[in-house]
Design a protein around this ligand. Structure first.
Ligand SMILES: NC(=O)c1ccc[n+]([C@@H]2O[C@H](COP(=O)([O-])OP(=O)(O)OC[C@H]3O[C@@H](n4cnc5c(N)ncnc54)[C@H](O)[C@@H]3O)[C@@H](O)[C@H]2O)c1
Ligand SMILES: [Zn+2]
Length: 360
């Protein structure tokens, strides 16, 4: 667990790529990425992230003899849109970026999704690398190749599967992350334990305080295991035709909470935290069991400072909001449920009666 550096592989045949995890990796990006470009790198970031983390990255790429351009996009989910995408593409044309130029996303999930989508469509596809700087981006959005922008009518509706050539996770970048953002990312970490790995869940229970304190060794281990779990699921089901949907544990309820509160009022991880509690209780209800697993999830989430109860909503409102979720197929209510800690499965046709007693 104390090994400060590790490299995992996302196994996708000829599109396989490494995830480098460790402390101080921004300063090694030049060496790690030199093979991935014919000489030029375009960094996409925002002013908030650039202020903290651009300098060491740039120095390292510079030392590797690469030509560097920087595109700063405005900070915030509201800017993950067509206009900003178009601006990024314009700048790429102005820079005379070629297919051999490497696009590098330095930032959270917003920058990663936007830059990744730009890379997917610029000249029908250019290589890109992810350098995620939020916990959510490190354990979730940078791994798996989903890229997107938001449509005015729906979030993440327009995008592409486009795998990066490399992911570089410098855990030191999390030191500057606001506390609420950091805790929000822990929700996804806890999710991996809940759906896939009871041993990891128990490890999280044991190291909750260290994680909240951002202890570097605990953090590196948590990011490592989370990325391994996501990488394995993505490798088995790149296009989300089955198993990948298990990653949505807690998300159907969570998306409804985000929508009800207005996007941004609850951070994604906060909504997912309360959503996981509901999903775990639903799992127990459907199996006629006492909600022992749900209570363990409640207690761990509480310890890391995440919400465990949703805002007040009528059943009709829940159903309306969950029906709008794009993961709902053909009107049958599908939920990711737990068959014990560490074992998630997709459950179709969940009866409304089960939801009624849960959400009353
Ligand atoms: N592609 C996927 O598979 C996938 C998965 C999950 C989420 N997402 C997407 O990710 C996005 C959310 O990502 P997010 O939670 O990282 O939000 P974000 O990118 O908006 O980052 C949150 C805030 O933290 C700032 N920030 C980032 N790194 C920082 C650092 N090291 N220090 C200080 N401030 C820093 C950002 O500028 C921003 O203000 C959503 O758009 C969501 O749709 C994508
Ligand atoms: Zn999520």
């Amino acid at each position: 667990m104390n090994d400060p550096r590790r490299t995992l592989t996302v196994s996708l045949a000829e599109r396989s790529y490494p995830i480098h995890i460790g402390s101080g990796l921004l300063s090694e990006a030049g060496g790690l990425l030199a093979q991935a470009t014919k000489g030029a790198v375009v960094i996409v970031s925002n002013a908030t992230v650039a202020m903290h983390h651009l300098a060491p990255l740039r120095a390292s790429l510079d030392a590797a003899g690469l030509r560097i351009e920087v595109i700063l996009v405005p900070d915030g989910e509201a800017y993950k849109n067509f206009d900003v995408l178009s601006d990024v593409l314009t700048r790429l044309i102005e820079f005379k970026a070629e297919r051999g130029t490497l696009l590098l996303a330095l930032g959270g999930g917003v920058v990663g999704d936007l830059a990744g989508f730009a890379a997917a469509i610029y000249q029908r596809g250019m290589p890109y690398a992810q350098v995620p700087t939020t916990l959510l981006a490190q354990v979730d959005s940078s791994v798996g190749g989903k890229t997107a922008v938001n449509h005015p009518l729906a979030k993440n509706m327009i995008g592409a599967f486009w795998q990066p050539v490399s992911v570089i996770i410098d855990t030191d970048t999390l030191r500057t992350l606001p506390d609420r953002e950091y805790r929000s990312g822990l929700a996804e970490v806890i999710k991996y334990g809940a759906i896939r790995d009871a041993g990891f869940f128990a490890w999280l229970e044991e190291h909750a305080d260290g994680l909240v304190a951002r202890d570097p060794a605990a953090l590196a281990h948590a990011v490592d295991v989370s990325c391994r779990i996501k990488a394995a699921i993505v490798a088995a089901d790149e296009r989300e035709s089955g198993e990948r949907a298990l990653l949505n544990f807690g998300h159907t309820f969570g998306h409804a909470i985000e929508a009800e509160a207005g996007y941004g009022a609850w951070l994604h991880g906060e909504a997912v935290a309360a959503g996981m509690v509901l999903a775990a209780r639903l799992s127990a209800e459907l199996r006629g069991e006492t909600p022992v697993v749900a209570e363990r999830i409640v207690s761990l989430l509480t310890r890391v400072g995440l919400p465990v109860a949703p805002p007040k909503m009528t059943l009709a409102r829940w159903l309306e909001l969950m029906g709008r979720d794009k993961k709902v197929e053909r009107n049958a209510m599908r939920f990711v449920v737990l068959e014990g800690l560490g074992h998630a499965r997709l459950r179709a046709n969940v009866p409304e009666s089960a939801l009624r007693s849960l959400l009353a």
